[in-house]
Design a protein around this ligand. Sequence first.
Ligand code: CU
Length: 85
Amino acid sequence: MRHAARGSLDAPARGLHDTGMTTRQLTIEGMNCGHCVRAVDRALRAVAGVERVEAEVGTAKVEADPSTPREALRAALEDAGFTLV
Ligand SMILES: [Cu+2]
């Protein structure tokens, strides 16, 4: 009964039902008011793979696909006039 040990192949692979997203906490220089918060929020949401953004002055929590490079987040922030620390 060798095949008995292979029963796990029928079990759903762990991770399939996860969101698969990673959360990153970014420190951002150049933010000082609510307009900055909205600009950062918009810039980060426009990056491919980003699902959720919670921005505050000086920081943003970004939920994104793990394959989304940090450099893409940096570039989006720089285009909007902010610096990723
Ligand atoms: Cu501002």
